[in-house]
Design a protein around this ligand. Structure first.
Ligand SMILES: NC(=O)c1ccc[n+]([C@@H]2O[C@H](COP(=O)([O-])OP(=O)(O)OC[C@H]3O[C@@H](n4cnc5c(N)ncnc54)[C@H](OP(=O)(O)O)[C@@H]3O)[C@@H](O)[C@H]2O)c1
Length: 329
């Protein structure tokens, strides 16, 4: 299934592939399987591949370059930039400040092109709004890159309604990438109406709440990566949230699908202007996620889901405080 991204934007797969986990965000990954997963997505016509230059310092882009070799035209490359990262001696990556400076962006894009081994990026997204640079300047630099033909469309991520309006006054913004799932619904109040008014598409990231909505994460000890720092997956919150997942699981069983598929289908049911990018590094998960397209949720189903998981019911914020503060709200 394809959907148009933004009112005048490109047609892309409604279910894309989030590639972040292939570079160690959620535990170890196998490069061969990661590449095979990307190739399988393209083979199945799911062209929207999401990455960032800061996913393990370009490692993620290099992986993608291997998978799209000789089939660049089959892929729609969504690349985020503007998040600085400090590597530690133990291989850890600490997200540093955000950078939306025009000189930085004009430079960063050419590094991405080189790693991706391509001469254009389909959707180039400022990963976070830089509070020290007027958003108009950031978007102005991206507009120059469109003019030069090195990027095709401009995106923003985790931007506030005010920033989105200012950005759209400089150049059409094709998509906003932001967390949106059964568990992260705060965008419904202001952000979603704002982008809809401006004809901007939504790329919903973390539709599975980082895997938690699959129901396969049973205890906090199952997590041995960055998720241990996220309030939703800690202590009492963990178990309160797991109880919600159990209820979703029962509903999914009644519908003949998995909770993961129900969660993805729910996101897609929120509007034709929404696409989503479940992340995985495994072919079997990718194929199962793509099959969510076949899960039809009628009004009754949506009401049952809403009764179990009304907006705001989840315990704990989606990021630790330091990262919540870096969001443009
Ligand atoms: N703009 C931003 O600020 C931002 C932030 C975070 C992420 N993103 C993008 O959004 C993408 C998706 O978000 P995300 O990866 O953080 O979270 P997510 O899609 O909600 O969940 C990913 C997790 O779910 C697991 N999973 C996937 N399919 C599954 C299935 N069918 N059954 C059981 N478990 C399954 C994955 O396992 P495996 O890893 O074992 O495959 C992974 O641990 C990322 O890859 C990245 O491209 C953007």
């Amino acid at each position: 299934m394809n959907r148009r991204l933004g009112i005048n934007g490109p047609l892309v797969s409604a279910i894309g592939l989030g590639c972040m986990g292939m570079s160690g965000a959620y535990g170890p990954s196998d490069e061969k399987e990661s590449i095979a997963t990307i190739e399988r997505a393209l083979e199945l016509g799911h062209n929207f591949l999401d990455t960032a230059d800061y996913y393990r310092l370009g490692h993620n882009e290099e992986l993608i370059s291997q998978a799209i070799k000789d089939k660049r035209e089959k892929a729609f490359l969504s690349v985020k930039t503007g998040q600085l990262v400090t590597p530690g001696p133990d291989g850890s990556m600490t997200p540093g400040p955000v950078c939306g400076h025009p000189d930085y962006l004009r430079n960063a894009v050419f590094y991405s092109l080189r790693r991706l081994k391509t001469d254009y990026i389909d959707l180039y997204t400022q990963g976070r709004v830089d509070p020290t640079v007027p958003i108009e300047e950031t978007v102005g630099a991206l507009a120059d890159l469109v003019q030069k033909g090195v990027i095709r469309y401009i995106g923003l991520s985790e931007a506030s309604p005010d920033s989105i309006r200012k950005a759209a006054a400089v150049h059409p913004i094709t998509a906003l990438q932001i967390e949106y799932s059964l568990w992260s619904r705060d965008i419904e109040a202001e952000v979603l109406p704002t982008i809809r008014k401006l004809g901007i598409g939504l790329v919903a990231y973390a539709p599975l709440s980082r895997g938690f909505l699959s129901g396969e994460i049973r205890t906090p000890n199952d997590l041995k990566d960055s998720r241990v720092n996220m309030p939703r997956y800690q202590g009492e919150n963990f178990y309160k949230n797991l109880a919600l997942v159990e209820q979703i699981k029962m509903l999914a069983t009644e519908k003949g699908c998995t909770p993961t598929q129900l969660a993805i289908a729910w996101v897609l049911a929120q509007g034709d202007d929404i696409i989503t990018i479940p992340g995985t590094k495994r072919i079997n998960y990718l194929e199962a996620n793509i099959a969510s397209e076949n899960v039809q949720l009628n009004r009754e189903d949506l009401q049952s889901i809403e009764a179990i998981m009304p907006a705001g019911i989840v315990s704990g914020t989606r990021y630790p405080e330091r990262f919540m503060n870096a969001l443009n709200r």
